[in-house]
Design a binder for this molecule. Structure first.
Ligand code: NAP
Length: 311
């Protein structure tokens, strides 16, 4: 990308999209095109085709999607499938048709089989059954990845897809019904401290391990890959290290200053024991994360304290 290349960030107000915009602006890119979902519903085929035909962006970051935690994914499978599949079909197809030079697609680590060997390599895609709670979302994402591959093979259309681990950071969702694990735990600990609670009850044993990445790091990986010579491929993005959920909760308690006890509700099930991405392929290209977990949580805590009235 040149500093004046016309760049469309789809989902620029979202957690990932806004981090990509921050990164691009920090690196001196100036020529952006943005639309909110109200201005342009990317599920709408004609509106999306018209937008690309008129605006003709040179580069596209596709960070618009319907995103949610386990509960939302499980209860609204139809919507998660339809919205994500439609957004991908419309954006990727019209990006190709309007002459976009390269497209960047945000996937998710939930596309990998539930019982993948650990750490999970990119080549394990479509080698086993998916986690049933989010299979609709995962299949829609896999369709996007395969569409990018097919358009490269048939038309030479360039695109890169990334599969990030759990992301967190400014713009995160703290709604207990739809949020992901890290903001959900942070919210819980802050409330427990404010209410003067003596204990926090954790669901299950807390032994399952998960990998987390600060969203500004994923944005840096996206811009790095967009500027690489890679014409079509998929990459895992993560820290390359994971943490047991109970240790994550202890770390959050330490950061927030909650001194009560952590107890366990063992009636509640544990999830998949481990989901660690193998990030060797991206490391080999020369990219590595910069923000470690403690620093990232401290930043998120500060951001949330400042913005929570608007949440
Ligand atoms: N969050 C994570 O932990 C995580 C992990 C791995 C991968 N990812 C991937 O990263 C991408 C972005 O996630 P995020 O966390 O940034 O989500 P987010 O904060 O919910 O943002 C999603 C954005 O998508 C836009 N959008 C949704 N439906 C749309 C529609 N019909 N038409 C146009 N725009 C629409 C929204 O635009 P408006 O604000 O204008 O409504 C919103 O800004 C997703 O593909 C997700 O799978 C996220």
């Amino acid at each position: 990308m040149n500093k004046d290349s016309k760049i469309y960030v789809a989902g620029h107000n979202g957690m990932v999209g806004s981090a990509i915009v921050r990164k691009l602006q920090a690196e001196g890119y100036t020529n952006f095109v943005f639309r909110t979902s109200r201005e342009l519903d990317l599920r709408d085929q004609k509106a999306t085709a018209d937008f690309f035909a008129i605006e003709k962006p040179e580069y596209v970051f596709l960070a618009a999607a319907k995103v949610g935690g386990i509960l939302a994914n499980k209860e609204q499978k139809g919507e998660y499938f339809y919205d994500n599949a439609m957004i991908e079909l419309n954006v990727i197809h019209n990006a190709y048709k309007s002459g976009v030079k390269k497209l960047f697609f945000l996937g998710s680590s939930c596309i990998y089989p539930k019982f993948s060997e650990q750490p999970i390599k990119e080549e394990y895609l479509m080698t086993g059954h998916l986690e049933p709670t989010n299979d609709a979302y995962a299949v829609a994402k896999i369709a996007g990845i395969q569409m990018c591959k097919a358009y490269y093979e048939q038309y030479g259309f360039q695109s890169i897809s990334v599969m990030p681990c759990n992301l967190y950071g400014p713009g995160d969702n703290f709604d207990p019904k739809t949020s992901h694990v890290l903001p959900a735990l942070l919210h819980k600990v802050i409330e427990a401290k404010e209410h003067g609670d003596k204990e926090i009850v954790m669901w299950g044993t807390g032994k399952p391990k998960r990998e987390f990445l600060y969203v500004d790091d994923v944005a840096s990986a996206c811009v790095f890959l967009m500027n690489s010579d890679v014409e079509n491929d998929i990459f895992n993005v993560g820290m390359g290290d994971d943490i047991a959920i109970k240790d994550l909760l202890s770390l959050i308690c330490e950061i927030v200053g909650f001194e009560g006890e952590i107890t366990h509700d063992l009636e509640k099930p544990d999830g998949t024991p481990r989901k660690l991405l193998d990030v060797g392929k991206l490391h080999d290209l020369g990219w590595k994360h910069e923000i470690e977990l403690r620093e990232g949580i401290e930043k998120l805590y500060a951001w949330y304290t400042e913005h929570r009235d608007n949440k």
